[in-house]
Every structure is written in structure tokens, then in C-alpha cells.
Design a protein around this ligand. Structure first.
Ligand SMILES: *Cc1c(COP(=O)(O)O)cnc(C)c1O
Length: 375
């Protein structure tokens, strides 16, 4: 393929490393895990993981073991925690690759101990407690047996219970503190059962920033590292963070049209006077939300416009009025507001979703271009 990429997610690895350094400083606890699941929220997992470590992260977090194994294959030796497992997972590959496992049930605990025994290695586990999110994790009535078996397996040398963790619902401060009460009970009863977990972690980005008493000695941070604020009333810039991803393309066609010209499928937009339409080659095939039809902000030649009509699979149209737009002009959908770009947050609002979904869904025919660090 010799075509120049004309749809790019540009990933600023220096910004990512600087964000991590900034967060480490702001949060000020011994262990910072940067979460790089789902292709690092669409930013490219391997490059992002390297940048996170360069910024001072001690741990990497992923959902799947396959993600952890890909990091190992790329030569990353940092501790990695993986916590979502297939029903028939054996854990043998993960244990062999030195991947730490989030363990949510007695069945998983027994399987991971067997994997440790089979590999002749000590399987490192973090026990996951259900404290109110109603997802995975062992719930309170299960703790006694889980802890008793874990202690026995630890004594037999097949596992090490290195950590205990849970995850918050971010519903309200009150709800999060209620989860923490249950979590504390879980930690105390684990210690009473003879376990000595070194790493205690509950907070993701939101609580890590807003509830210092829930930081324990590790936090798992995702969205903030990518320079995106999860808060309604505080921008990334106000948190000292720089957006890592910018989404860029070029105008591929322009057309001068008269008033009352229907634009894109269903004519949900009609021109209100003679005007110029610019065609942008990005669509829901790349993860541009169709829900942002008629709403998503777009920068063309340094001026901000709004998508005209429906987002299609491969393209959308922008009404640029009398601005002299031309084929090849730079288009930025989102990036760093400090450079005049629309923000991911504006896109999330336009599509009635959260910024996490906007960046994580970027893909399809997009090329990721990495800048900064060792890219
Ligand atoms: C995704 C995830 C995180 C990171 O959440 P952010 O809000 O992006 O910081 C932390 N912990 C768990 C268990 C997760 O699934």
C-alpha cells in the first residue's frame, strides 16, 4: 500500500508521558497503574504502555489476558494486571508470562493455583471483591471460603495473594464511600484469614482525583492519562493534562450549491443560501458516532463548523458558507483545545455519550500516527 494515509489519529506520546508524570505528582501515592485496555482507549496499546512507563507508571492494567500477553510479546516487563477472563481460561499462559491475575471467584482461584503448579511458578493474584458495582468480584458471603483456600494455596507455594481490589460505581461520593466501607471489611477479614496483600486498590480516575482517602496504596488510572477529563465541570487543561489523541483528515471534495439543497441521507439538513459544501472522508466506519449527525464540531482551515446532515459510513459533509475551502485542506475533528481544536468532550456531548466511548471507538480505516518519545 503506497497511499498516503489521509485519515489519521495522531497520538502524542510526550503528552501521555507528561500526563502520567503530572498525575503521579498530583495523586502522590506509591503505586500508579495506568490502564491500557481496549487498545489504550483507542490510542494504541503498545506505544501508550511504553509512554505510561516512561512517565513513571509502575503498573499496567488490562482487561484481557491476550492484551497482557501482547504487551509481554512487545518486550514490556513491567507488572501487568488482567481481570476479565474467559469461562474456560486455564491461566497457564498468563502465569508463564508473569501476568498478575485479578481473581473474582473460588473457581478462578483453584484454576490459577493449578496453573501455578503446572508451570512450576508462583501465580500472582489480586483478589477482586464485589463491593457494590454488581459486576465481577467475590461477594461478602463468599469471602471466608475464598480467603481460607487462598491462604492454604499460598502456603503450598502455588499462588501469592499480592493484592486486593474492587471498583467503584462513581454514582456519588456517598455511594463510593459506602463501597469503601465494604472494601475495608474485606481487607480486614483477609488479614484475619492470614493473607498479607501488599497492594490495595479501589480508585479509578474519578476517585483518584476527588477522594484522596480512597487511594489506599495504588490507583488504576485510565482516562486521565489520555488527557481527557471525566468531570463535567473541570476541563483536562484545568487538571494540568494535555489531550493525547487528535483526529485529522483532509477535505476530499468541495461543491458550490444553491439555497435549499438537501445534504446527505434523508436531507436532515438543507442549505439556507448559496454556499460551499466540503466533503470529509470519515464516517461511522471509523467510529465517528452517527448520533453526532448535524451536531459534531469540525475544524476546517482553522475555522470551526458543524457537521451538516447525517454521518454516513465513510463520509460526512460540512457547510462552510463562503469560506474558500479546497480539496486537501486540513480537517481536525478533535484534539487539543489549547490549539483551537474541538475537544473530545464536545464530541461526547454532540453524540450524547461519554468521552471514553469517543476515543475508544476510533478505528476502522484510520491510521494511528505516533509522535514524540521513541516513536
Ligand atoms: C477501565 C477500568 C479502570 C480505569 O478507569 P478510568 O475511569 O478510565 O480511570 C480502572 N479499573 C477497572 C477495573 C477498570 O475496568
Amino acid at each position: 500500500m503506497s497511499h498516503t494515509p489521509f485519515r489519521e489519529a495522531v497520538i502524542n506520546l510526550d503528552a501521555l508521558a507528561n500526563n502520567v508524570a503530572q498525575l503521579k505528582n498530583a495523586i502522590g501515592i506509591p503505586n500508579l497503574m495506568i490502564v491500557v485496555k481496549a487498545n489504550a482507549y483507542g490510542h494504541g496499546m503498545i506505544h501508550s504502555a511504553r509512554a505510561a512507563l516512561a512517565g513513571g507508571a509502575q503498573w499496567l492494567g488490562v482487561a484481557d489476558i491476550d492484551e497482557a500477553l501482547a504487551l509481554r510479546e512487545a518486550g514490556l516487563t513491567a507488572p501487568i494486571l488482567a481481570w476479565i477472563h474467559a469461562p474456560d481460561e486455564t491461566f497457564v499462559e498468563a502465569v508463564t508470562a508473569g501476568v498478575t491475575l485479578g481473581i473474582s471467584s473460588l473457581a478462578q482461584l483453584r484454576t490459577v493455583a493449578n496453573a501455578g503448579a503446572a508451570a512450576g511458578l508462583v501465580a500472582r493474584v489480586h483478589l477482586k471483591l464485589e463491593t457494590g458495582l454488581s459486576r465481577n468480584g467475590a461477594s461478602e458471603p463468599e469471602w471466608a471460603q475464598l480467603y481460607a483456600e487462598a491462604a492454604a494455596l499460598e502456603a503450598s507455594g502455588t499462588i501469592l495473594v499480592e493484592g486486593i481490589f474492587s471498583h467503584l460505581s462513581n454514582t456519588s461520593e456517598e455511594d463510593d464511600l459506602a463501597q469503601a466501607v465494604i472494601f475495608d471489611r474485606g481487607i480486614n477479614s483477609a488479614r484475619a484469614a492470614g493473607l498479607a496483600p501488599q497492594l490495595i486498590h479501589l480508585a479509578a480516575s474519578v476517585a483518584a482525583m476527588t477522594l484522596p482517602m480512597l487511594r489506599y496504596n495504588m490507583v488504576r488510572v485510565g482516562i486521565l492519562a489520555y488527557g481527557i477529563s471525566p468531570f463535567e465541570h473541570r476541563t483536562a487543561a484545568e487538571l494540568g493534562l494535555t489531550p493525547v489523541m487528535s483526529l485529522r483528515t483532509k477535505v476530499i471534495a468541495t461543491r458550490r450549491v444553491s439555497s435549499e439543497t438537501g445534504v446527505s441521507y434523508g436531507y436532515t439538513y438543507k442549505t439556507s443560501g448559496e454556499t460551499t459544501l466540503a466533503l470529509v472522508p470519515l464516517g461511522y466506519g471509523e467510529g465517528i458516532p452517527r448520533a453526532a449527525s448535524g451536531r459534531g464540531p469540525v475544524l476546517i482551515g482553522g475555522q470551526k463548523f458543524t457537521i451538516a446532515g447525517r454521518v454516513a459510513m465513510d463520509q460526512f459533509v460540512v457547510d462552510v458558507g463562503d469560506v474558500p475551502a479546497a480539496v486537501g485542506d486540513d480537517v481536525v475533528l478533535f484534539g487539543d483545545p489549547a490549539q483551537g481544536h474541538p475537544s473530545v468532550t464536545e464530541w461526547a456531548e454532540a453524540a450524547a455519550t461519554i468521552s471514553y466511548e469517543i476515543v475508544t471507538c476510533m478505528g476502522g480505516r484510520l491510521t494511528r500516527r505516533f509522535t514524540g518519545l521513541d516513536s
